[in-house]
Design a protein around this ligand. Structure first.
Ligand SMILES: [Zn+2]
Length: 178
């Protein structure tokens, strides 16, 4: 009540329009009627509210809650990082394999056209492939067609003449003729 007295609870409204106020006097329940104008609303005190709603605990609890959610997110990011690592490794492996393949193809291309790009060790001359420090040349047409190095056979009337036992081609080493 505005005039003082115990804190009371609104129990209802009577036929006169008065508020039925209830309170305890020790163990004894009491009630009386008051006009609404006589009453003042009292805000519930923090200590009267249920513990889980304790205002003084709200901020610490919110911080704990946020920390837990952050930890969960961090865990997810970490897990995702670990999950994508094998994928990267697979991609890197594939790139390495492709690089090796490209190198192989480049080598084959260089060897398949000895005229344009003779391989590092062989020189193309007079239809033959001459390896460094090897007096016997290889058959260039056979190497071009089958990627096989076949030594040519000496023979014929001239010292510079060579014969391929595979493709039956004759070659003439013009340097030897001079
Ligand atoms: Zn041949």
């Amino acid at each position: 009540m505005k005039s003082g007295g115990p804190e009371m609870t609104v129990g209802g409204i009577n036929s006169e329009g008065k508020i039925i106020c209830e309170w305890f006097e020790g163990e004894r329940p009491r009630s009386r009627d008051c006009w609404p104008s006589q009453l003042i609303l009292i805000e519930p005190k923090a200590r009267d509210v249920d513990n889980s709603e304790d205002i003084t605990q709200r901020l610490p609890r919110a911080i704990v809650d946020l920390e837990e959610r952050l930890a969960t997110l961090e865990g997810k990011f970490e897990t995702r990082g670990y999950n994508t690592r094998p994928m990267y490794e697979v991609h890197e492996q594939k790139i390495r394999e492709l690089e090796v393949e490209i190198t192989e193809i480049k080598k084959r291309l260089a060897n398949s056209s000895p005229e344009a790009a003779p391989s590092e060790r062989m020189e193309f001359r007079d239809g033959m492939l001459w390896a460094k420090d090897d007096p016997n040349p290889f058959c260039a047409p056979c190497f071009e067609a089958s990627k096989v190095k076949l030594h040519l056979q000496s023979g014929g009337a001239n010292p510079g003449q060579r014969f391929c036992t595979n493709c039956k081609n004759w070659f003439t080493d013009r340097i030897a003729l001079r």
